[in-house]
Design a protein around this ligand. Structure first.
Ligand SMILES: Cc1ncc(COP(=O)(O)O)c(C=O)c1O
Length: 315
């Protein structure tokens, strides 16, 4: 479900500045190939690790594999501050710009603010001129994206239980993945490869073309049985009105659009365990059996009545 490195080069133009691979559902993107391409074309790489907390690729943490990595701390994620996020980078020049950007583009961008310490003396404060306080000089257009103390306290509390959360969710996710072959060829999910650990955000499911049911029917069944679902976003520029101005046409991103139209994800929360995972698997299994049975009945009845078969088309 991640970016296909084989299709990156053909999309690079003289306006391309960066590649932004998403570690979708916590599964690391193919970073070696992506970094090779970026190096060849002189591009930056920014990892979207929003939902990939705890994921590793060839022994290294996601978020440390490129120029920058962005993690979401929104409530749906493994570590949360309710809202907010983190950008990781090992470049101090990028870190300075990021600190400025999060605070309206201010010139004031030290790692730690001495003005908040007891001496309150800052040698840089009037370095722009006697009447110019560095705190109110804006070097660039920025955002207001500062984390407040309450959010930070929640995040620090989360860190205390992070390993526990991670291992519980990972065991749920890996168990569900290991059983998922049962639903071949109707449903597919991600696989864990030997060189990686997946950040256990959720279990993605994509309805395959072989299925005789729609996503809506599947979702309705799961939710009636108490299994909550979300779609797999449908957030390509061709699927969201806000990006019309980019002038893409439906079909420009066939794989991602398909996943957006036919995908869902379901939770692997740390408060569920093997019993609940088995329940989820049984619900899916029952749904597929029911659909298979109703399909068989239709095929049989169509077979008995060829005139109806031609009218109905595919069952
Ligand atoms: C892949 C991905 N990128 C970006 C975001 C946005 O994160 P935030 O809501 O913290 O801005 C999300 C949110 O869940 C996400 O899943």
């Amino acid at each position: 479900m991640n970016i296909d490195p084989h299709q990156i080069e053909e999309k690079i133009t003289d306006r391309t500045r960066a590649i932004m691979p998403v570690h979708l559902m916590g599964k690391p993107a193919e970073m070696d190939s992506i970094n090779d391409i970026a190096k060849h074309y002189g591009l930056f790489v920014v990892e979207d690790a929003a939902e990939a907390h705890g994921a590793t690729y060839k022994g290294n943490n996601v978020g440390s594999l490129a120029d920058m990595g962005a993690f979401s701390l929104y409530i749906a994620h493994i570590v949360t501050t309710v809202e907010g996020g983190i950008v990781t980078t090992d470049r101090s020049d990028f870190a300075e710009i990021l600190r400025s950007l999060r605070s309206h583009g201010r010139a004031c961008k030290c790692e730690s603010c001495v003005l908040n310490r007891s001496s309150s003396y800052c040698a840089k404060r009037f370095s722009y001129g006697d009447s110019m306080d560095i705190r109110f000089i804006f070097e660039r257009i920025g955002f207001s994206a500062k984390m407040n103390e309450l959010e930070a306290a929640i995040g620090i509390g989360n860190l205390d239980i992070y390993q526990k959360i991670l291992s519980k969710r990972r065991s749920n996710l890996y168990y569900l993945i290991s059983q998922f072959k049962l639903f071949n060829p109707y449903l597919a999910t991600i696989e864990k490869e030997p060189h990686e650990e997946i950040g256990p955000h959720a279990l993605p499911i994509v309805i395959q073309e072989e299925a005789s049911f729609t996503r809506r029917q599947f979702v309705r069944y799961l939710e009636k049985k108490g299994v909550d679902t979300r779609t797999l976003f449908s957030s390509m520029p061709t699927q969201c009105a806000g990006f019309k101005y980019l002038d893409h046409s439906l079909g420009d991103f066939p794989n991602a659009e398909y996943i957006g139209d036919q995908g869902i994800h379901i939770g692997v929360h740390q408060d569920i365990g093997r019993r609940e995972c088995d329940y989820i698997l049984n619900v899916i299994s029952d749904f597929i059996s029911k659909k298979k049975r109703s399909r068989r009945v239709k095929i049989v009845s169509d077979h008995q009545s060829p005139s109806r078969h031609s009218k109905r088309g595919k069952t």
